[in-house]
Design a protein around this ligand. Sequence first.
Ligand SMILES: Nc1ncnc2c1ncn2[C@@H]1O[C@H](COP(=O)(O)OP(=O)(O)OP(=O)(O)O)[C@@H](O)[C@H]1O
Ligand SMILES: [Mg+2]
Length: 392
Amino acid sequence: MSAAILVTTSTETARKVRLAGGDDLTVLQPQQLPATAPQLVAMAPEPDAVRAVILDVRDGGVAEAHALDVAGRVGGQYPAVSLLLLTDEADRLALPALRSGVRDLIDPEVSVEELRLVLRRAGEAAGGAAAEVDGFTGRVITVASPKGGVGKTTLATNVAAALAQQAPQGTVLVDLDVQFGDVASALDLQPTYTLGDIVVGPGLSDAMTLKSLLTRHPSGLQVVCGVHNPAEADVVTPAAVDTLLRLLKQEFRYVVLDTAPGMSEQTLAAIDHTTDLVLITSLDVPGVRGLKKELEVLDELELSPSTRHVVVNFADGDAGLTVKDVTAAIGREVDLALPRSPKVPRSTNQGRPMVSAMPKDKVSRAITGFVGRFAHLSSGNRWNGRHRGAVR
Ligand SMILES: Nc1ncnc2c1ncn2[C@@H]1O[C@H](COP(=O)(O)OP(=O)(O)OP(=O)(O)O)[C@@H](O)[C@H]1O
Ligand SMILES: [Mg+2]
């Protein structure tokens, strides 16, 4: 059984942490925070069981400088204790926190469920080998297609935006279209650090460093944007993709990947981590043929993520082909058919995903409905460790 210490003036925060599984929780007021790490840990009834110390550094809470000082001392003397800061200024605090050995930053608006995951990860990180056995791994949703221009980026950004509406702190989108990725443009982001910077710098050394290099969308969605220049893409090796995804899926409940057309080496590396492969095609003969081949290749290579989903885009009456024809050609059901809509390119050009900008539009509704299958499985069954429901 692990214990935690929370320093806050907020009864609401204390209630949340307790609900999130902190039964064995010691709540202190900021003025009770002792000067040394041993004194702090000794404030818990069972000091040896303490796995997390959470300091609320919002206005009226623990002074930031003091909190960072405590973090450094706790980290140095108690490697089995994770130090977490509760702050609504994550962007500003990320780097100093990282330097002081803070394990994670918690947004005060976090849901109880999200907080439960944060505490669990903190416990696992502190427990070392325990993480290997009972490792938290998020759902990795990879959007891929054999052909270009069929709507991968549109779908990936919208799926990520829809998941972020449910889990704002728990969703990350990665642009794995390493040469010509345009996720940043589709979300109107100007990244300071890109995938290339993360891979060449210290970004893959640990989760906290990696998180400090992500680009935050106003919705809360975290993004690994594509490289600035196609020439930089060489550094994104399959091994780098492997390490990146290993770290992200330990930290985020949903990891959504946009990919380049075809089976690039980065996409193949990602498929190893993928729990949900979303294959998308346009409603035309070359597209559907390509999809059929891709499904066959995946079978031959025995690259079979646990769940596959098939999406047909530009599904309208003008194609001379129907969704039923696709079903017959590929020998399985189509999971989502997206109509062609002039609003989609408009939303791409404005950098605002359909599901956020026009939630009531039919394309948005279709995508939100589709996303329900990921959210349902993770929140209702898998994450609470209850019986796992039927997977379509
Ligand atoms: N359902 C739709 N209706 C109308 N336009 C769409 C639809 N889906 C996507 N588009 C538009 O088609 C274009 C290509 O879409 P997108 O960039 O998502 O494809 P992609 O598969 O990521 O392309 P690439 O392979 O080049 O990365 C974009 O301008 C997008 O706005
Ligand atoms: Mg794309």
